[in-house]
Ligand binder design. Structure first.
Ligand SMILES: Nc1ncnc2c1ncn2[C@@H]1O[C@H](COP(=O)(O)OP(=O)(O)OP(=O)(O)O)[C@@H](O)[C@H]1O
Ligand SMILES: [Mg+2]
Length: 260
C-alpha cells in the first residue's frame, strides 16, 4: 500500500487524531426538498462511526455524494485530506479505490457468478492491480474473510439474503480499502444473520484497521459497533456522541431513536 502523509487534528476530547473523511457544510436539494442542510461530519482513522437517521432523512443521499454517485449542490468533501472537487479524474479514481462501498441491499450482478462478481472491481481498478496480481488469490482471500469460499462458482440467485450480503462485503474488501462505507448492512436480515454480519464487520475492522462509516437504523447494530455516532435529523448533524451519551439524552428528537 502506498504511503500517505499523516495530518492530525484535535477531536472534541482534545485528542490528536487523523481525519480520513470529512464533509463540510454539505447541501443537497431535489427541487424544494432540502435533504441535506449544512451537514458536517468527520471520520477518524480506525473508528466505526455510525450515522442514524429515519427513513428518507438523507442517509443514502449523503453517502452517494461521498462516493460521487450524486453531486452535492455545495459544500466540501475531503478524502485523506484531499478536496475531491478539485481533483482530476485520474486522481479521483485512485482515491476512490481507497473507499469501499457496501450498497443498501447487496447489489450483486445477477448474471455473474460469485467469482465474476468479485473479479469485477479488480478489472475496474486495473491501475491498482497490475497484471502481476494473482486475481484468484485475492478472490480466495476475500471469500475466506466472509467464510464463503464454497460459493465461488454459484450464481447470486442460488444464495440466501445473508450470504449475498456477505459476498457483497467480500467484493468490497477485495480492493483492500482504507475506508468502508456501509449503507444499512443489516437491513432485511433476521436478527441472527444481522449479528453475523456485525461480527464480520468488526473482524474486518480489526484485521485491516479500516475506518468505517456505517449507516443504519438498527439500534442493536449501533450499540455493538459504534465508537461514535451522529444523528442525521432535519438534514443536519443534529447530535453527536457515543451510544451511551446519545441514548441518555433528554432531547425528544434524540430519544425517539432509542425507544424500542
Ligand atoms: N434521485 C433522487 N431524485 C429525487 N429525490 C431523491 C433522489 N434520491 C433521494 N431523493 C429524496 O431524498 C430524500 C432522502 O432519501 P435517502 O434515500 O437519502 O433516504 P434514507 O435516509 O437513505 O432513507 P432509508 O432509511 O429509507 O434508506 C428522500 O426524500 C428522497 O425522496
Ligand atoms: Mg437509504
Amino acid at each position: 500500500m502506498k504511503e500517505q502523509q499523516t495530518i492530525l487534528t484535535k477531536d472534541k476530547n482534545q485528542e490528536m487524531r487523523e481525519v480520513v473523511l470529512q464533509l463540510h457544510d454539505l447541501n443537497k436539494s431535489f427541487d424544494d426538498n432540502h435533504v441535506l442542510k449544512h451537514f458536517n461530519m468527520k471520520l477518524y482513522k480506525g473508528e466505526n462511526l455510525v450515522i442514524m437517521g429515519k427513513s428518507g432523512s438523507g442517509k443514502s443521499v449523503m453517502i452517494k455524494c461521498l462516493v460521487g454517485l450524486m453531486e452535492a449542490d455545495s459544500g466540501k468533501i475531503s478524502v485523506m485530506h484531499k478536496d475531491i472537487t478539485s481533483l482530476n479524474q485520474e486522481s479521483l479514481d485512485v482515491l476512490r479505490a481507497d473507499i469501499g462501498f457496501l450498497f443498501q441491499g447487496s447489489a450483486l450482478y445477477d448474471s455473474m457468478t460469485v467469482r465474476e462478481n468479485l473479479e469485477f472491481p479488480l478489472r475496474r481498478h486495473t491501475k491498482r492491480f497490475e497484471k502481476s496480481v494473482d486475481r484468484e488469490k485475492l478472490v480466495i482471500e476475500a471469500l475466506g474473510n466472509v467464510g464463503l469460499y464454497h460459493t465461488v462458482d454459484l450464481m447470486p440467485a442460488e444464495l440466501s439474503g445473508g450470504m449475498q450480503r456477505r459476498i457483497a462485503l467480500a467484493r468490497t474488501l477485495i480492493l483492500q480499502p482504507r475506508i468502508i462505507l456501509y449503507d444499512e448492512p443489516t437491513s432485511g436480515l433476521d436478527p441472527i444473520t444481522a449479528k453475523e454480519i456485525i461480527i464480520l464487520m468488526q473482524d474486518i475492522q480489526k484485521k485491516y484497521n479500516t475506518s468505517s462509516l456505517i449507516i443504519t437504523h438498527d439500534v442493536d447494530c449501533a450499540r455493538v459497533i459504534s465508537d461514535r455516532m451522529i444523528l442525521l435529523i432535519d438534514g443536519t448533524n443534529y447530535a453527536e456522541g457515543t451510544f451511551e451519551e446519545l441514548s441518555a439524552s433528554i432531547d425528544p428528537k434524540v430519544r425517539a431513536f432509542f425507544k424500542q
